[in-house]
Each structure stands twice: as C-alpha cells, then as structure tokens.
Design a protein around this ligand. Structure first.
Ligand SMILES: NC(=O)c1ccc[n+]([C@@H]2O[C@H](COP(=O)([O-])OP(=O)(O)OC[C@H]3O[C@@H](n4cnc5c(N)ncnc54)[C@H](O)[C@@H]3O)[C@@H](O)[C@H]2O)c1
Length: 440
C-alpha cells in the first residue's frame, strides 16, 4: 500500500519505517528540511534503539523516502497518517494548530479518495474537526474518510512496540475505511478493536491517564511509607501480584515526565471540564506528580543543609531510560531547584546531555558516572539507565566528598548501599524502619 506519514518525530518516523518494513511504500513528510535530509541519508533525527538499521534498510530497498512536499505525498498515497505534535498551550489544552495546518493542506491536495488517519493524540471531536477542515479546503469534491488510530508506543522501545502492540485501535465512522487500515496492520497479527471515532479518541487519553494515575497513586503511598517505616517497594510488589492490579507502572519515584503523560492528563482534565464534568481526579494525579521533584530536593537539603557551596551529581537526565527525550524530564526541575539553592550541579546521561546543555549551560557535564561522583556531596539517581545498575560503588564512595546517595528510582538495594558506607535515601523507603513508631 502507498502511505504518507506526516510528521517524522518519534511516532511518525517509527510508523513510516515499520510500515515500509512490512512491504508498503512510505513517504515521510516533515516541514523541517534538516530532518528530511537526515532521514534520506539514513540518519535518524531521534535516538531510538534499532531505528537507524531499519531506516537504512528500507531506504536502500526503495520503500521509504522523506520529503517536505506534503501535497505530493498526499497525491501519491492511498492512506495519509497525521503524526504531528499536539503540545500543550499555556492553559494546558492541546494545541491543534499543527493538525489543523496538515488537514488544510491535505484538503487542498486531494486528487481522489483518501483515508486520513489521525495518530496524533487529540481530544475527542478532533476527527470531526479534521473532516470539516479538509472539506473546507478541498478544491474538488473528492471523497475521503477520517480514521482515528491512536498510538501507544513507548519511546525507548518504539520499534518493538509498533511491531508488537498490545492492541490496535481503529476508530472510523465508515467501515470501508476501517477495513483498509485493518489490512495495513494485518501482518502484525495483533488484537484489533474497531470502533467509532469518538471512542478511539477517548481510549488513548483514558489509557494514558490511567497509567499516570497508577504512578501518582503509588507515590502517594510512598509518602505514607516514608513516615511510618514501611517500604513502598514491598508494598507495590505485594499489590502487583494481585492480578486485578498488576506490577506495571507501580514504581514509586520521581514521578512521570516526557512528552505524553503530563500533557495528556492535563488535556483530559480540560476535556472533562468542557463537558461540565468534575476534573478533580485528573488534577490530583498532576498535583501529586508535580510535588515529587521538590520533595526529592528537600531530602537532599535535609541531609546536606545549606546547598550553597555543595556539589550534587546527577545520574541520568532523560525523562526515562533509552531515550534522548527531555520533554518534562524530572531532571530539569531538579537541576533548576538545585541551582536556585546555590548548589554546583554535575551530571551525566548516555544520550540526553546535548539537549540539557542548551538549557543549563552552567551544569558540569561529565563523561561517566564516576566523574559525576568525584568530589560530590551527594549523588542522585534520576534516570534508571541500565549502565547505572552495576556501578562500582566502592570506587564511587572513595571519590565522593560525602557518601550520600539519593535514589530517585529505587534502583539500589538500601541494605547493600548502607553496608558500603553510604547514607542512602530511596523514595518511600524508610531510612531505618526500627526508628519508626506507627501512630494510632
Ligand atoms: N512520543 C511518544 O512517545 C508518543 C506516543 C504516543 C502518541 N504520541 C503522540 O503523537 C504525536 C506526535 O508525537 P511525537 O513525539 O512524534 O512528536 P514530535 O514533536 O517528535 O514530532 C512531530 C513532527 O511533526 C512535524 N511537523 C509539524 N508540523 C508539520 C507539518 N505541517 N507538516 C509536516 N510535519 C510537521 C515536526 O517538525 C516534527 O518533526 C503527539 O500528538 C503525541 O502526543 C507520542
């Protein structure tokens, strides 16, 4: 099938590359000429494990090409995927200007029946809005259908997730359009749910909000554990064995960041409000999450006292491991709070440093975790990259000015760290359970 994929970010490029690999002809479109040039040279503009190889193979075999010419891509294709960003506006509502602009251009370029598939995360009703915009801009009465096909991939495992989705949601008001998209996905042999546009649009937000809810929920429990001598890691483990609950997204820590959860929960809160419903549940998820960075820095302050003249080393900056994405990364807020308090900040991340460097040039960027630890008064784990799992903590302790370890992701064994001579703080894990008395 000939497809156009508009927007070559995390969702668009991965979608284009995977569909090309399944034997389709994919034209990937972006307004950013530098991204288009890089893609045509086989260089992915984003870091995503496995993407470069897949991109190069499909370019070489002639199934994928990138272009800035959206009209040409639309004219050449049967199916057009919209994968542009929907960032939050100042009020937290999703900004649909990129989706609108693409819809208008698709309308002007229509030269026959097309299926326009929206993969961007958009509020319920956007499919109808896209339909109206295309109708307003088409110059001839060519038919088209709009489909909602929300994307659930996770950055860091985007290729794997796109090839092995838990489910494929296809929302269409016309069964003919839905069946065409079913055909496109059929080789993946994954469960497909065919529904109407509004349902598909809500499924995406309801899913992301629920995952964010689990994270904020366990973080609220972590705060109670910290005050009572309980260990949230064990609480979450025991909860997770209950099949009705599950282990996923039940890790206490610094909370969620990234380009999706914060903006999607906020957007959903706005949507329910627009329909005169109570957004308190969704707002609480955000409030709990927002407090995490401040609480973590407060722990560092409690231990070190005045941060002026102190050095804090950060391990990891990306919003999660295996990505260079720093949008809404917890590290950014933590760096800001530490710098405001007068601390010297050192940091290392395997791939995200260049992006953070442009925002915080005053941070000392290091070549590895050991360099971060040198002369630091505290070492804080922010992103649980695999390479931080098995560090030589004996060596780290010897080079630190003070052996204070703040584990923002509960990656390390508290007992082992204390045995090695560290003061260890883990989120929701009491410093010494024997010091606590429960209040009844
Ligand atoms: N990143 C994720 O993990 C993820 C997962 C699921 C869903 N989503 C959703 O998918 C959408 C895209 O997310 P992303 O992370 O890939 O965004 P991104 O910012 O990485 O990429 C968007 C791309 O669209 C391009 N673009 C903007 N306007 C354009 C236009 N008029 N024509 C052509 N290209 C244009 C931009 O230049 C950019 O390259 C968002 O709605 C997001 O919420 C993202």
């Amino acid at each position: 099938m000939k497809i156009a994929v508009v927007g070559t970010g995390y969702v668009g490029l991965v979608t284009g590359v995977v569909f090309a690999d399944l034997g389709n002809e994919a034209l990937c479109v972006d307004i950013d000429a530098a991204k288009v040039d890089a893609i045509n040279k086989g260089q992915s503009p984003i870091y995503e494990p496995g993407l470069d190889d897949l991109l190069q193979r499909n370019l070489e075999e002639g199934r994928l090409r990138a272009t800035t010419d959206l009209a040409h891509a639309v004219r050449e294709s049967e199916v057009v995927f919209i994968c542009v960003g929907t960032p939050p506006t100042d009020t937290g509502e999703p900004d649909l200007k990129y989706v609108d602009a693409v819809a208008a251009e698709i309308g002007r370029a229509l030269n026959g029946y097309k299926i326009v598939v929206n993969k961007s995360t958009v509020p319920v009703g956007t499919g109808d809005r896209v339909r109206r915009i295309i109708e307003q801009h088409r110059t001839e009465p060519h038919e088209f259908d709009v489909v909602s096909n929300p994307e659930f991939l996770r950055e860091g495992s985007a290729i794997h997730d796109t090839l092995n989705p838990d489910r494929i949601v296809i929302g269409a008001d016309n069964p003919r359009a839905a069946m065409k998209i079913v055909e496109l996905y059929a080789p993946l042999e994954r469960p497909m749910l065919i529904t109407n546009l509004a349902t598909a649009e809500i499924i995406k937000y309801a899913s992301n909000t629920f995952l964010a809810l689990k994270i904020s929920y366990i973080n609220a429990i972590a705060d109670l554990c910290e005050r009572t001598g309980a260990d949230v890691v064990q609480v979450a483990k025991a909860m997770g064995y209950d099949q009705r609950i599950g282990h996923a997204f039940l890790q206490a820590g610094l909370g969620f960041g990234g380009s999706c959860f914060p903006k999607d929960v906020q957007a959903f809160a706005h949507t329910v409000q627009r329909y005169q419903l109570d957004p308190t549940l969704f707002q609480t998820i955000l409030d709990i999450n927002h407090a995490r960075a401040g609480q973590f820095v407060a722990q560092i302050r409690n231990r070190l006292g005045e941060l002026q003249g102190k050095t804090v080393g950060l391990l990891g900056l990306a919003f999660k491991p295996n990505t260079d994405d720093i949008r809404e990364a917890r590290a950014l807020e933590i760096i800001r709070l530490l710098l405001d308090a007068g601390a010297t900040v050192k940091a290392y991340d395997p791939v995200a440093m260049p992006r953070v460097q442009s925002l915080f040039p005053q941070v000392h960027y290091c070549r590895n975790a050991y360099e971060v630890a040198e002369n630091a008064d505290a070492l804080a784990l922010i992103t649980e990259w695999n390479e931080f799992r098995q560090l030589n903590f004996e060596r780290i302790r010897q080079t630190m000015r003070q052996p204070n370890l703040f584990d923002g992701r509960n990656l390390y064994d508290p007992q082992r760290m204390r045995k090695l001579g560290f003061y260890y703080y883990g989120v929701g894990r009491a410093a010494d359970p024997s010091e606590f008395k429960t209040v009844l």
